[in-house]
Design a protein around this ligand. Structure first.
Ligand SMILES: [Fe+2]
Length: 172
């Protein structure tokens, strides 16, 4: 019979695997945008920086999973319903692509932040103390990205409206 500690461990490992899949989804989502952004340099630049951070975040997850005896290379990263939907929202080549992507990024980064907040609580409850600083580091990066998505939104919207009104290419 599973003890309470086993249960926490199982939920924690599950959560780590989901976060791993989520981060890989994030990479795909950002890549699609970075390649295609022409007129929103500040967004492209921030996405490029966060892409680098995301790689480090995946390394941290791998490190934690390994410390729990899980092999990260065996992870299948089955697309999560949530992130799958997000990726679908953020499809390129729509006439208002930058708007759709900005909203999707905002939602996605908040979802990631919530994921790490939850993982930290699980790590605390399960006594996985070495994992906590790693998860906190990632949470800070996600929260910084949330703040960026929040702060840049009015600028992006205004720029889109202005470019569209002046007959310029506004979509990306
Ligand atoms: Fe992120």
């Amino acid at each position: 019979m599973a003890t309470a500690a086993d249960e926490v461990r199982e939920v924690f490992i599950d959560g780590l695997k989901n976060a791993h899949a989520l981060e890989n989804q994030a990479l795909a989502l950002m890549d699609r945008q970075i390649e295609h952004l022409a007129h929103y340099a500040e967004v492209a630049e921030r996405l490029r920086a966060h892409r680098g951070e995301t790689h480090t975040q995946i390394t941290r997850l791998n490190q934690i999973l390994e410390s729990l005896g899980e092999s990260p290379s065996a992870l299948k990263d089955a697309a999560l319903t949530m992130s799958g939907n997000m990726a679908a929202i953020a499809h390129g080549f729509a006439t208002d692509e930058i708007l759709k992507n900005s909203l999707a990024n905002f939602a996605f980064e908040n979802f990631e932040a919530a994921t790490y907040k939850a993982l930290i609580v699980m790590a605390e409850e399960g006594g996985f103390t070495t994992a906590i600083p790693l998860l906190q580091q990632t949470l800070q990066e996600e929260l910084a990205m949330v703040a960026f998505c929040d702060e840049i939104l009015p600028t992006v919207i205004r720029k889109y409206l202005y470019r569209k009104a002046s007959g310029g290419q506004a979509s990306h």
